[in-house]
Design a binder for this molecule. Structure first.
Ligand SMILES: Cc1ncc(COP(=O)(O)O)c(C=O)c1O
Length: 398
């Protein structure tokens, strides 16, 4: 499908996914049935959480999480300035105010705990963290801040499916998965993610009260599903909350179950590809940064990013890669630079702004070959050093 010789991401889909979809088609039951139920159980079992609720996408997961927590007009939700816009858009959707705070730095582009603390106000009700590229935020500090100030903690875990967090104070423990670290966690199974169903998402929580509210809000606040009535488990329903239709269908749930089986081996392949990138890019000219270089935990290795020394170098490298049919991207522009969010801005967000100007997302997917990684790196190294040679020569020429 792709016109790129080396695309940014690609699917690991095969006969297993085809068989899963066919099985559902032949069953003639297409929404919220046994596949969704099994997907939820398997996902919760894998992450070691009490509840997993399948939803139509990651944005719906965020929306339902905020609604389940009762976030509303007048509330403030602290969140990173570097994130996909969904977390902030859904904050606005429930009438609350997104408070964007800076990332730590260009090497660790996750939300800065001291900036969270600085921006806590009487209106603050929740903190959203996003494990950028599959690498954890500083969860020990952030969790204790949330406990101290009685704030809800939501993981935007869309990059981090399968990432395992080890508390630095308990180095010998097996750790906990992303999805089990806050009050609620939100996953996306969009086509470029580590676990793909096309559209699709999941909410995980260990709290029974929140799970029950999400379950109701996901399907119009109705007390029973069509599936329950079909099985004779119920014959009528009441509507006890004003809810939505954020349900997942059986086809996607069946795809999700197959993809969940592939997740661990595919995340290991991603880990090895990232190691290959790091080896190949070790001699980039000074000024380049490869984020999370000294990271110790088990990332989900969702993204491979590099931060250029300046915008001109970035442009040059991106163009050289494009000329060779290699796709790149930017994760993400700084939230407060979007027109719809400018009026929420209070802080300068210096680190986030620099990161948004200088970072490049490179191709990374579990079916990528090491020779493709080597090619990306060769083009990048050449373009990066051409530029730095020219820059060194420039003063002498003047
Ligand atoms: C970090 C992050 N948050 C939220 C979302 C929203 O998920 P979806 O596209 O499934 O609505 C995405 C997916 O693109 C994401 O990457």
């Amino acid at each position: 499908m792709s016109e790129w010789r080396i695309p940014l991401s690609d699917l690991d889909y095969g006969v297993e996914e085809e068989a899963a979809v066919l099985r559902v088609l032949r069953s003639k039951w297409l929404s919220m049935g046994p596949e969704v139920q099994a997907f939820e159980q398997e996902f919760a079992g894998y992450l070691g959480v009490k509840h997993a609720l399948a939803v139509s996408n990651g944005t719906a997961a965020l929306h339902l999480s905020y609604l389940a927590l009762g976030l509303k007009s007048g509330d403030e939700v602290i969140q990173p300035a570097i994130n996909f816009v969904a977390a902030a858009n859904m904050t606005v959707a429930v009438g609350a105010t997104p408070v964007s705070v800076d990332i730590l730095n260009l090497s660790e582009p996750t939300i800065d705990p001291s900036e969270i603390e600085r921006r806590i106000s009487p209106q603050t009700k929740a903190v959203v963290v996003m494990h950028y590229g599959g690498y954890f935020c500083r969860m020990a500090e952030i969790s204790s801040l949330c406990q101290k100030h009685n704030l809800a903690l939501i993981e935007d875990a869309c990059h981090a499916v399968g990432a395992r967090y080890r508390n630095p104070d308990e180095p010998s423990s097996n750790g906990r998965f992303s999805g089990a670290l806050g009050d609620l966690a939100c996953f996306s199974f969009f086509s470029n993610k580590n676990l793909v169903t096309g559209e699709g998402g999941m909410i995980t929580t260990n709290r029974d009260d929140l799970a029950e509210r999400v379950r109701l809000l996901r399907s119009h606040g109705m007390t029973t599903l069509t599936w329950d009535r079909h099985r004779g488990h119920a014959s009528s329903y009441d509507v006890i909350l004003n809810g939505y239709n954020y349900r997942l269908d059986e086809l996607r749930a069946a795809l999700g179950r197959v993809q969940l089986q592939k997740l661990e081996p595919n995340n290991r392949i991603r880990r090895d590809l990232v190691a290959e990138y790091r080896r190949n890019l070790a001699d980039l000219p000074t000024g380049w940064i490869l984020p999370f270089k000294d990271y110790k935990g088990d990332s989900a290795y969702h993204l491979m990013t590099a931060v250029a020394p300046d915008e001109e170098v970035r442009r040059n490298v991106v163009q050289s890669l494009k000329n060779r049919g290699i796709q790149t991207s930017l994760h993400y522009p700084c939230l407060s630079d979007f027109e719809a969010f400018g009026h929420f801005q209070i802080d300068q967000l210096e680190q986030s702004r620099s990161f948004a100007r200088l970072t490049i997302t490179l191709p990374l997917f579990s079916t990528m070959r090491t020779d493709q990684v080597a090619e990306v790196c060769t083009v990048m190294r050449t373009a990066a050093s051409e530029k730095s040679v020219r820059r060194q020569l420039a003063p002498q020429q003047n």
